[in-house]
Ligand binder design. Sequence first.
Ligand SMILES: Cc1ncc(COP(=O)(O)O)c(C=O)c1O
Ligand SMILES: [Zn+2]
Length: 384
Amino acid sequence: MPSTGSLLRSLVCRACCGEVDPEVLRGVCPTCGQTLFAEYDLDRLDARSWWRDVRGREPTLWKYREILPVRDAGAIVTLGEPEGPLLRLRAGAEVEGIELWAKDDGGLPTGSFKARGMTVAVSRARELGAQRLFAPSAGNAGLALAAYGARAGLPVAVYLPEAADPRTVEAVERYGASVVRSGATIREAGEEGRRREAGRGFEMSTLREPYRVEGKKTMGLEIAERLGPDRLPDAIVYPTGGGTGLVGLWKGFDELRRLGLVDRLPRLIAVQSEGCAPVVRALRDGAPKVTPWENVLTSAPGLAVPAPFSSERVLEAVRATGGTGVAVPDDALATARRSLAREQGLSVSPEAAAPWAALPQLLRTGALREGERVVLYLTGRGAG
Ligand SMILES: Cc1ncc(COP(=O)(O)O)c(C=O)c1O
Ligand SMILES: [Zn+2]
């Protein structure tokens, strides 16, 4: 089979500094149970000519294959993941002086950025011999897993909270995946999944396997490619649930920095709903990890993650870039969603409206400053 040229070298745990063989199908660190991250032999890449090369390749995220983990090109499970367009926003008077962009991932397969993580993680799981995949989900991750699982010919089980939208259940089942509804939030759904799947399914939850974050790092690579490595945004505003998106953005930019292609990282700004803001609270309190949020109450299912796994890594990603966190009133999401559609022609999911909802507060508090270039990450599309 043709090789992808992947420079994957090992899996490392940032919590205990352990290093393990990446050719074994594995979820978390065997020593301490925390997230494993892919490391590449970046010094074997002639960075500048690689970067030029990448720009001429077929426009899917697999063009970055040397710094993705799949080795065998025949193992790639793809639905043709196109680049999310980067659009200059027409900003109103309240954001005058800011060069405002939106990156819209609504056009990816199954309608959200979750496709990025799943195309990579499902491909790698299949390459390493996984026979059955499962994950808890608020909806979008489950949809993406079901679609890529179907494409791979692997059975999939998705564990959704009891209150999951019946349309989501129906859409996941349409791909042939089985759906179990359990518990109030993704946290309980995940516990149920781990109980039921023990010894048979491979878990694909956020940060509990090493490779979804590899797919998500392509969000950062695409931004660098589109704006140019020397015109990176000053800040990226990101709707945060489990936090892999933030970790992925950070990892993507950090690898470009280690390759000598960029010399600074955009500040990552986590946006959550006031109805579930454990990451924002931990950032504000200077805490090393998140304490679980009680009484989750938000209209955005993807933001309803009371206790993100490996939250230390999520907080680290924000802090390492000099970023911050902000919570918006939950009803501001619906208002922002409407105004994004009416004023910009962008119909997004409730989660994806959060960065737009956060703008006034970010400007008022000085988290965003005049003259800056800012990307709002629109993670998924609205129905219809
Ligand atoms: C549309 C959308 N945006 C954002 C998120 C949160 O993403 P992350 O888990 O990477 O923080 C989700 C998660 O379900 C989502 O579906
Ligand atoms: Zn470890």
